[in-house]
Design a binder for this molecule. Structure first.
Ligand SMILES: *Cc1c(COP(=O)(O)O)cnc(C)c1O
Length: 405
């Protein structure tokens, strides 16, 4: 398929290019020390991860440990309620640990093992990435250092406990605002010192090359499975697919299966409390080009050009930028990025739970909310939504803040 002069038959060969660029986005804007480490990972990725031994071991792990393939469910009662469009969900809530993040963490940790590294290092904000990586580290017998701001450690006690039970070392970061940004800085600094024995594991399609590519490739299992399953279930492709976008890993992996198909693709960003800066995290809708955390993308900036404060009811979506591939797909128009706000999201959280018996993660509820609106607009056809995770982690907070609807 050809789209705005981009040939999607050869897309994965050409994007990113050898320096990690998707058009003008991506790249690697980091210190020389870290650049050496990234080059080592890139080289290992292109040799080890393309070997049949690595591929077959990862396949076995996905089946025996993660419980893949995850199914697609037809949302019969919700579809009926909304009219004539048929809605379906890809069930990443049923992936081990309850979300898609384990897909790339298992890939990254298996690569670490093949590279002879002893330790994996990462930062975490809400703790979801930390828990997924701690799970992978436990599985492979690797050490695991998770950097976390002291403010987040207090807020996310259950995830901190999970990481510790899984044997990870949670490193408290106390400087500055002591949240995600400081944790990223501390984790990068530690990695620059320790990279001979360790590997950094980024939690989304973010950061310097090769991470946006590597994380997308590990997550593409979601889109590849979903395409096959949907064809088998219905005999056709969906008319539209929808995923929520924070950093953009679940969306990138899901979209990868359908980029070369005549399928409308929608990425959904969190509008939070509304369009004023600081009230949302819709970076692709309201942001501008800029460099942060080692890569060029579209980001939300404050008046000094620094990453702006962001907000969303979903802690997994409150990041002031998105992966470079999303910025590229946005600019060429292959994917349409749109927003839903907190209220629409919370409604979708309760609607899906009541009508279908699936409690979605509040992040994934953004995609469900958008899918519901899209169904009313389309009037006919089918929509496949990526349900990136389950909502057990969100129940206490949602009930406290919104009550039971
Ligand atoms: C972390 C998370 C997200 C957001 O991350 P992406 O990289 O944008 O996919 C979405 N859904 C769930 C369930 C998450 O845990």
């Amino acid at each position: 398929m050809n789209f705005n002069n981009i040939d999607f038959d050869t897309y994965f060969k050409n994007y990113p290019d050898e320096n990690g660029f998707f058009g003008k986005y991506g790249g690697s804007y980091i210190s020389e020390d870290l650049q050496k480490a990234m080059e080592e990972i890139t080289e290992a990725y292109f040799t080890i991860c393309k070997s049949s031994k690595f591929i077959s071991e990862l396949r076995r792990i996905r089946k025996d440990f993660q419980g893949r393939p995850t199914p697609i469910s037809h949302l019969e009662r919700l579809s009926e309620k909304l009219g004539n469009v048929q809605l379906y969900v890809k069930r990443e809530d049923l992936n081990h640990t309850g979300a898609h993040k384990l897909n790339h963490c298992m890939g990254e940790a298996l690569l670490a093992k093949y590279m002879g590294k002893k330790k994996v290092i990462a930062e975490t904000g809400a703790g979801q990435h930390g828990v997924a990586l701690a799970t992978a580290a436990a599985y492979f017998g690797l050490e695991c250092d998770i950097y976390m701001g002291s403010v987040d450690i207090k807020k996310q006690a259950p995830n901190v406990a999970r990481m510790k039970i899984l044997g990870a070392n949670v490193v408290e970061v106390t400087h500055g605002l002591a949240t995600l940004k400081e944790a990223v800085d501390a984790a990068f600094a530690a990695y620059a010192k320790e990279y001979k024995d360790s590997i950094y594991c980024i939690g989304s399609v973010l950061g310097p090359h090769p991470f946006p590519m590597m994380v997308r490739d590990f997550q593409s299992v979601v889109g590849i499975e979903a395409r096959e399953q949907f064809l088998e279930m219905t005999g056709e492709l969906p008319d539209a697919i929808v995923a929520c976008v924070g950093g953009g890993s679940n969306a990138a992996g899901f979209f990868a299966g359908f980029l070369n198909d005549p399928v409308d693709i929608y990425g959904v960003e969190p509008l939070g409390r509304g369009p004023a800066l600081g009230d949302h995290a819709a970076s692709l809708k309201y942001g501008e080009e800029g460099i942060m955390h080692g890569f060029n993308s579209i980001m939300l900036k404050d008046e000094n050009g620094e990453p702006a404060p962001v907000y969303s009811v979903a802690s997994g979506l409150d990041y002031p930028s998105s992966g470079p591939e999303h910025a590229f797909l946005h600019d060429i128009g292959r994917v349409k990025y749109d927003v839903v706000d907190d209220d629409e999201t919370v409604d979708a959280f309760f609607t899906l739970s009541k009508l279908e018996g699936i409690i979605p993660a509040i992040e994934s509820s953004h995609a469900v909310a958008y899918g519901m609106k899209l169904a009313e607009k389309m009037g006919k056809g089918s929509i496949l939504i990526n349900l990136s995770g389950r909502g057990d982690k969100d129940m206490d907070y949602i009930i406290e803040k919104y009550g039971i609807r």
